[in-house]
Design a protein around this ligand. Structure first.
Ligand code: TNX
Length: 512
């Protein structure tokens, strides 16, 4: 489904200041814009019903999703019904009519009283986010997938909430090591819990080509056959990819596919000899060096190839974005790099998509609709001068593949080590000189997988740091506070544990 763009809202200075003392704040992450506790509790019981207004198929789907989530731990078969009029006591109501349009594309109100619960939002995405907040108000055992004793009681509260940034993403590298449909779906569920709305899939790199392209079957047949360290690799069929896209859509997450070029292309060059300037295919690569490969930028065939790949991927991708990588093209000359990026920008647009690229693409002439992803230099500020919007993924703060400390058994450390506080305690609007709030489309945390092989590895590196990044992307600047976040995060330990996430038990947090 297409999401309406975020409506600008007046700065909610008043709301941001209604902060209660940390101890009174339920452990909701990201921190809501405003949260006012009131007296009493709502008890979720077998007879609780979930009511949806007539004529709202998406709200109905969200109601069913909520009922399914609650069923695993409670054992309740909650009724989900279409109903209008005043709700009876004990109902949970999902409403999209009459909701304050100032809440924007993703905002919501959540009201819990002893008699009833109301989730209201002008758009379904807001209802979906309200459901995540609702889950976080219940006891942590609600996240278990086996029957738990209860009772299932929520504190009465009134929440008004909407995001600071439109783009709140995570990136998963499925090239260095391959991760299939099930792992990716699990990751989607985890990030949705923290209200992220973009999953960037890094689908190709030197070590593996992971998405089937019908016009060039050798890409996956050969280029998908190994991984870092020489494992068996793997790839997504187009049906797999479509399944992931649909799963993400149901969770209001847009898939952003990346085909990295002109560098990071050894897997393609090894699979299709004609893509090489000399017509000779290199061997497959299973190491972790970067910057040695390049498409042959002055061969016409290169652009037929890129056009085919982009065309097939665009047809499979309902979201508006296509990421062409563009990073670390150390084997392509400056002039060739620029003309390549400019030509590919045209191809992406011809297939109806907006181009996204790593910060290096700011060296080229970009259209105002293209998007630049900052990771380590001040190059993205150049794009801002061209009127372009930026995604912030500063490696020293947001790279989930960096070690937590020097003892972390997984990960790299070229950008330093990143403890939970390092991931949390920075302001996106003050991170890069020349990139102010208005130029920031949002933030994204990349997870590169040179050292990661399993979903457990992903979970350990991503959590809890991804919760910190999610709060930076969503919560109002005025509510940013490490002591407050630290306290709320402590209560997420048992939640993550109940979900089966083997997260990093940072010594900075007094885990509950
Ligand atoms: C740099 S960040 C890369 C990746 C590596 C990563 C490891 C970026 C755009 N390129 O190719 O996987 O460092 O941390």
């Amino acid at each position: 489904m297409s999401q309406p763009s975020t409506t600008p809202r007046p700065e909610s200075i008043g709301e941001a200041r209604t902060a209660e003392p940390a101890s009174a704040t339920p452990g909701v992450i990201p921190r809501p814009v405003s949260l006012a506790p009131s007296a009493g509790f709502f008890d979720l019981v077998t007879t609780t019903s979930i009511r949806v207004e007539p004529g709202t198929a998406e709200a109905m789907a969200i109601g069913r999703y909520l009922a399914e989530k609650l069923k695993l731990a409670t054992g309740f078969n909650l009724m989900v019904l279409v109903a209008s009029g005043a709700p009876p006591p004990g109902a949970i109501t999902l409403a999209t009519s009459d909701a304050d349009p100032l809440l924007g594309a993703e905002g919501y109100l959540l009201t819990v009283t002893p008699a009833q619960v109301t989730l209201a939002a002008p758009h379904p995405a807001g209802l979906f986010h309200a459901v995540q907040t609702f889950r976080q108000l219940l006891p942590h055992a609600i996240e278990s997938d086996s029957l738990q004793p209860g009772p299932w009681r929520l504190p009465a509260v009134s929440i008004r909430d909407y995001p600071r940034f439109e783009w709140r993403g995570a990136m998963l590298d499925v090239s260095r090591h391959f991760f299939g449909v099930q792992d990716i779906q699990q990751f989607i569920d985890r990030i949705a819990y923290y209200k992220l709305n973009r999953l960037h899939l890094h689908l190709t790199d030197d070590q593996g080509w992971r998405i089937a392209i019908n016009a060039w079957p050798a890409l996956t047949a050969h280029g998908g056959s190994t991984a870092v360290g020489g494992g068996p690799g793997g790839f997504l069929t187009q049906a797999d990819y479509a399944q992931i896209v649909a799963y993400a859509q149901q969770r209001y997450i847009v898939i952003v596919p990346e085909i990295d070029m002109p560098g990071h292309t050894n897997a393609a060059l090894a699979s299709v000899p004609d893509l090489n300037c000399d017509g000779v295919a290199p061997e497959l690569y299973t190491g972790i060096e970067v910057g040695f490969s390049s498409l042959c930028v002055d061969k016409e065939l290169t652009y037929r190839f890129v056009d085919d790949v982009i065309g097939e991927l665009a047809a499979l991708t309902p979201g508006p974005y296509l990421h062409l990588g563009g990073d670390e093209a150390h084997s392509t000359s400056e002039a060739e790099y620029r003309s390549f990026v400019e030509r590919v920008q045209g191809l992406v647009e011809a297939h109806g998509k907006q181009m996204v690229g790593w910060e290096e693409i700011a060296r080229a002439d970009l259209h105002p609709t293209s998007i630049v992803q900052h990771w380590s230099s001040d190059l993205a500020a150049r794009a801002v001068e061209q009127g372009i919007r930026v995604i912030l993924s500063p490696a020293s703060r947001a790279y989930l593949d960096m070690q937590y400390d020097s003892a972390t058994p997984l990960g790299l450390h070229w950008a330093g080590t990143i403890e939970v506080r390092d991931a949390y305690d920075w302001d996106p609007a003050a991170q890069v000189p020349g990139i102010a709030e208005e130029a920031i489309l949002g933030i994204e945390a990349p997870l590169w997988t040179e050292t990661l092989r399993t979903l457990a590895d992903i979970d350990y590196m991503a959590f809890p740091r991804l919760a910190a990044i999610a709060e930076l992307g969503w919560s109002a600047r005025g509510g940013h506070s490490w002591p407050d976040f630290r306290e709320r995060l402590a209560s997420h330990g048992p939640r993550l544990a109940a979900m089966g996430v083997p997260f990093y038990r940072s010594p900075q947090i007094d885990w509950k």
